[in-house]
Ligand binder design. Structure first.
Ligand code: NDP
Ligand code: 2IT
Length: 446
C-alpha cells in the first residue's frame, strides 16, 4: 500500500513543483483515501484521485489599483475552480501577502471534501490575492476590491462559482465586491455569500464557522461521554472564526483563556467572558487594532509576544488562525499539559507531525475540513435563501447548522472508526471523497 501511495504522490509532485502546501493537503488525503479505493472495485482503476487533484480551471490575473498617495500598485488575483461534480464551485477569497498558487490550491482541494461533507450541493473552489489589507484605508480597500472584481466577475456567477470571505475578507470587502459585480452585470444575484443582512445575507453566517467548530467539538466530547462545560479552552487567532468560536464556547460554559494574532497571544487566567469578548470585537472589527491592545483594558491579563498559545494548559485547543500554526512540539506540549481535544477552526493549522502526535496519543482530533465546515454550510443556506427570495430566522439557520455539524460528525464515525478510536481524518476524507467520486464516475470521464 505504501508503494502505491508513494507512486501516486511522486506523480502529483512532478506536476506541481514548488507547491508544498498543496502537496501537504494531497498527501493527507492520499494516505487515507487510497487504501479505501484499493479495497473497493467500484473506485479502483478509474484514476479518480488523480482527476480530483487536477483543478478544473485556474485563473490568475493582474489587479492594478491606485493607493491614497496616488501610487500605482500591482497585485495578483486568482480563482481556483477545483471541482464542480456535485455543484457550482464554492469557497472563500483570501487577501493576505502570503497568498500564492500553492496556498490557494491546498485550500481549494480541501474545500472539495469539506463541501461534500456539508450534505449541500456545492463544488470546491478558492481564490484571493497577495494584497495586504492591513494598514490600508477603507477607500484603498474599496479601490482594490473594485479592481479585483472587474476581472473576477467574468468567471463567477450564482450557478457557476460563488466566492465568500476568508482571511482578510470580511463583510466590508464582500460589500465592495458585490457592489462592483452588480454594476458590471446589472444583476442582483446571490453571486457572493457573507453578504449584509439588508442585501441578501443570511443570519448566522458571520457566526457560522466559529459556532460550527464548537458544535462539532461538543459532539466529539459527548461521544466520549464528556462535554465542554467547565473546560479550559485555548484559541488562536482573533478574527472572524476565533471570535465566534470563543462566543459559543463561553455560552456552553467553558473558560476561554487565550486569543492571538500574528504578533503574539493574550492570556487571561480569569477567562475571557462575554463582556471582554465584546471589547475584542470592537478592537478587531471596528478599530482594526492588534490583540495586544486587550491588556490596556484588562491589565491582569498578559500579552506574550511572538509566541502561539499552545504552551497554555487546557483541555480543548481550537486553532483558528492559519495553516501550519501548530507544530509537533506544540502538539506534544498540549498533550502533556492535559489537552484531550483539538478542533480545527482554521484550514490545515496542524502540521502532519502534529497530527501524528494527536492520533498516536489517541486524543480527539478533528481536521478543519470537518470541524470548520459550518461556515460554508451556512453559505450554502444563504444561497438557498437567495434562490427562494426568502429569509430564515436566526433560530432556523442555527438549527440547520447544528444538524449539519451533527451529520458531519456521524459521517466521520461511519468511515473513521478504528478499534475503539475514531480517526476523524480518515472519516472526513473518505466520507467527503465518496460523494464526489460517485458523481464524477456517473458523469463519465471528466
Ligand atoms: P480573519 O482575517 O478574520 O482572521 C485571521 C486571524 O488569523 C487573525 O487574527 C490573524 O492575525 C491570524 N493570522 C492570519 N495569518 C496569520 C499568520 N500567518 N500567522 C499568525 N496568525 C495569522 O480570518 P478568518 O477568521 O476568517 O480565518 C481564520 C482561519 O479560518 C483561516 O485558516 C481560514 O481559512 C479558516 N476558515 C474561515 C472561514 C470563514 O468563514 N471565515 C470558514 C472556514 C475556515 P493578524 O491580524 O496578525 O494577521
Ligand atoms: O474555508 C472556508 O470554508 C471558507 N472560507 C468559507 C467558504 C464559503 O464559501 O463560505
Amino acid at each position: 500500500m505504501d508503494k502505491i501511495i508513494k507512486e501516486f504522490l511522486n506523480e502529483v509532485n512532478k506536476r506541481n513543483q514548488n507547491e508544498p502546501e498543496f502537496m501537504q493537503a494531497v498527501t493527507e488525503v492520499a494516505e487515507t483515501v487510497i487504501p479505501y479505493i484499493v479495497k473497493n472495485d467500484f473506485y479502483y482503476g478509474q484514476n479518480i484521485l488523480m482527476r480530483m487533484v487536477e483543478p478544473e480551471r485556474v485563473v490568475s490575473f493582474r489587479v492594478a489599483w491606485i493607493d491614497d498617495q496616488e501610487e500605482i500598485q500591482v497585485n495578483r488575483g486568482y480563482r481556483i475552480e477545483m471541482n464542480s461534480a456535485i455543484g457550482p464551485y464554492k469557497g472563500g477569497l483570501r487577501f493576505h501577502p502570503s497568498v500564492n498558487l500553492s496556498v490557494l490550491k491546498f485550500l481549494a482541494f480541501e474545500q472539495i471534501f469539506k463541501n461534500s461533507l456539508t450534505t449541500l450541493p456545492m463544488g470546491g473552489g478558492k481564490g484571493g490575492s497577495d494584497f495586504n489589507p492591513k494598514g490600508r484605508t477603507d477607500t484603498e480597500v474599496m479601490r482594490f476590491c473594485q479592481s479585483f472584481m472587474t476581472e473576477l466577475f467574468r468567471h463567477i456567477g450564482p450557478n457557476r462559482d460563488i466566492p465568500a470571505g476568508d482571511i482578510g475578507v470580511g463583510s466590508r470587502e464582500i460589500g465592495y465586491m458585490f457592489g462592483q459585480y452588480k454594476r458590471l452585470k446589472n444583476e442582483f444575484t446571490g453571486v457572493l455569500t457573507g453578504k449584509g443582512i439588508s442585501w441578501g445575507g443570511s443570519l448566522i453566517r458571520p457566526e457560522a464557522t466559529g459556532y460550527g467548530v464548537v458544535y462539532f467539538v461538543q459532539k466529539m466530547m459527548e461521544y466520549n461521554e464528556t462535554g465542554l462545560k467547565g473546560k479550559k479552552v485555548v484559541i488562536s487567532g482573533s478574527g472572524n472564526v476565533a471570535q465566534y468560536a470563543a462566543e459559543k464556547a463561553i455560552q456552553l460554559g467553558s473558560k476561554v483563556l487565550t486569543l492571538s494574532d500574528s504578533s503574539g497571544y493574550i492570556y487571561d487566567a480569569e477567562g475571557i467572558d462575554e463582556e471582554k469578548l465584546a471589547h475584542v470585537m470592537q478592537l478587531k472589527n471596528i478599530k482594526r487594532a492588534r490583540i495586544s491592545a486587550y491588556i490596556e483594558k484588562y491589565p491582569k491579563a498578559k500579552f506574550v509576544s511572538e509566541k502561539s498559545p499552545w504552551e497554555v494548559a487546557c483541555e480543548v485547543a481550537l486553532p483558528c488562525a492559519t495553516q501550519n500554526e501548530l507544530n509537533e512540539k506544540d502538539a506534544a506540549l498540549l498533550i502533556s499539559n492535559g489537552c484531550v481535544c483539538v478542533g480545527e477552526g482554521a484550514n490545515m493549522p496542524s502540521t502532519p507531525e502534529a497530527i501524528h502526535q494527536f492520533t498516536n496519543h489517541k486524543i480527539l482530533y478533528a481536521p478543519g475540513k470537518a470541524s470548520n465546515a459550518g461556515g460554508v454550510a451556512v453559505s450554502g443556506l444563504e444561497m438557498a435563501q437567495n434562490s427562494l427570495r426568502y429569509n430564515w430566522s436566526r433560530e432556523e439557520v442555527d438549527a440547520k447548522l447544528q444538524s449539519i455539524m451533527a451529520d458531519i460528525h456521524k459521517s466521520c464515525l461511519d468511515f473513521g472508526k478504528e478499534d475503539g478510536y475514531v480517526n476523524y481524518v480518515k472519516g472526513a476524507n473518505i466520507a467527503g471523497f465518496v460523494k464526489v467520486a460517485d458523481a464524477m464516475l456517473a458523469q463519465g470521464v471528466v
